[in-house]
Design a protein around this ligand. Structure first.
Ligand code: P6P
Length: 339
C-alpha cells in the first residue's frame, strides 16, 4: 500500500465515530490533541543535543526521581495542549504530585487523562527509544474539580489507552477496546498514517524481557521461572529462550506487540516497601489494556492488572505482560507459591 493511500489518524477516528459508534466527538478530539502533543514531543526528542534540552532538570518528581529536562518539557506540552479543549475534567501525570485542574477560564468535559509524559527518559541521553503512555477514564458526574480519588478507577474502566514511541520512526498505538491500531508519523505531511490494524500478540514466545541484575532480590517463583528459561533445551522447557531489556517500557512492549514476548518487572526485595517499580495508573493499566486487546495477558503474578482497585494515584505494581501462555505459566508459579 502506498503512503498516499494510507488513511490518516483523523480519518480513522472519524470512521470509528461515524461507522462503529465506538467513540464520541469529544473522545475523538481528545485523541487528536494527544497525538498532536506527541508530535511536538517527538520533535523535541529528535533534536537531541541540538535542542539544548538533554540532561537533568535538577528537579525531583513525586517518585523521588531526578527529572530530565525533556520529562518537564513533555509534561508541559501535554498539559498545555489538553487543558483548553473542553473534553477533560482533569489531568494527572507521573511528573506531578497531584492532578492538574482545568483552569477556570476553560470549559470542563467528561474525561480524565492520566499519563507518563516521557517513559524511559533515562535513555534519552544515550539515544535509545523513549515514549509517552496515556490512559483515558470517564470523570465522575457532577464533580466540579475532580481530585485524586476520581482517578482511582480499575483499569477495566479505561475508555481508551495508547502510547507513542519515539524510535527510528515515531509511532502511535491506540485501543478503544475494539482491537489495537498502529499509526506511523509521516514527517513530510506531519500526520499519523494507519500502518497496523488489529495487532495480535502470539500466544507462545521464546523471548523474555527482565532486568536480570535484580535476580538476587526476586521471590522464589520468579527465580524458578527465569532459571527454567535460562536452562533452555537442557531444562524443563525443552527449548532455548532469548532475552531483551531496553529499560524503556514503551520499547519493550512495542517489540512484544510486534513479535511476541513476555515483559516482567516483578516485586523484588531490593525495597520491600515497594510492590514493584512500575506505576499502575499510567504504565501498567494502559499497557495491560493494549496487550489484552491484542490477545495477550497482563497480571501482577497473582491477579489480572486491569481488575486492581487503585488506592493511590502513583502506586506501583508488579507487572507480567505479553504472550498469554508465558504470562499464565509464570503467574501459576506465583499462585502455587501462595497456596
Ligand atoms: P530499570 C523507565 O524508567 C521505567 O519506568 C520503564 O520504562 C522501564 O521498563 C523500567 O523503568 C526500567 O527499570 O530498573 O531496569 O532501570
Amino acid at each position: 500500500m502506498s503512503d498516499a493511500t494510507r488513511i490518516s489518524l483523523t480519518r480513522f477516528l472519524i470512521e470509528q465515530q461515524r461507522e462503529h459508534g465506538q467513540i464520541n466527538a469529544n473522545l475523538r478530539l481528545l485523541i487528536e490533541v494527544v497525538a498532536r502533543a506527541c508530535k511536538r514531543i517527538s520533535i523535541a526528542v529528535n533534536k537531541g543535543a541540538l535542542g539544548n534540552i538533554l540532561g537533568s532538570a535538577d528537579t525531583e518528581n513525586v517518585q523521588g526521581e531526578i527529572q530530565k529536562k525533556l520529562d518537564v518539557v513533555s509534561n508541559e506540552i501535554l498539559l498545555e495542549d489538553n487543558e483548553w479543549g473542553g473534553y477533560l475534567a482533569s489531568l494527572a501525570s507521573e511528573e506531578m504530585d497531584d492532578p492538574h485542574s482545568i483552569p477556570q477560564h476553560f470549559p470542563k468535559g467528561e474525561y480524565l487523562l492520566v499519563f507518563d509524559p516521557l517513559d524511559g527518559s533515562s535513555n534519552i541521553d544515550v539515544n535509545i527509544s523513549v515514549g509517552t503512555i496515556f490512559s483515558v477514564l470517564r470523570a465522575p458526574e457532577g464533580v466540579e474539580d475532580p481530585d485524586e480519588s476520581a482517578f482511582l478507577q480499575p483499569g477495566v474502566k479505561q475508555v481508551a489507552a495508547g502510547y507513542a514511541i519515539y524510535g527510528s520512526s515515531t509511532m502511535l498505538v491506540l485501543t478503544f477496546g475494539q482491537g489495537v491500531y498502529a499509526f506511523t508519523l509521516d514527517r513530510v505531511e506531519g500526520s499519523f498514517k494507519l500502518t497496523g490494524s488489529n495487532l495480535r500478540i502470539p500466544e507462545e514466545t521464546s523471548e523474555f524481557a527482565i532486568n536480570m541484575s535484580n535476580m538476587r532480590h526476586w521471590q522464589a517463583p520468579m527465580k524458578q521461572y527465569i532459571e527454567e528459561l535460562l536452562a533452555g533445551k537442557t531444562g524443563p522447557r525443552g527449548r532455548d529462550f532469548n532475552m531483551r531489556w531496553v529499560a524503556s517500557m514503551v520499547a519493550d512492549v512495542h517489540r512484544i506487540l510486534t513479535r511476541g514476548g513476555i515483559f516482567i518487572y516483578p516485586r523484588d526485595m531490593k525495597d520491600p516497601s515497594k510492590p514493584g517499580k512500575l506505576r499502575l495508573m499510567y504504565e501498567a493499566n494502559p499497557m495491560s489494556f493494549i496487550v489484552e486487546q491484542a490477545g495477550g495477558a497482563a497480571t501482577t503474578g497473582l491477579e489480572r492488572i486491569l481488575d486492581l482497585q487503585p488506592e493511590k494515584l502513583h502506586q506501583r505494581v508488579p507487572v507480567f505482560l505479553g504472550s498469554k501462555a508465558e504470562v499464565e505459566r509464570v503467574s501459576q508459579y506465583h499462585r502455587d507459591a501462595q497456596a
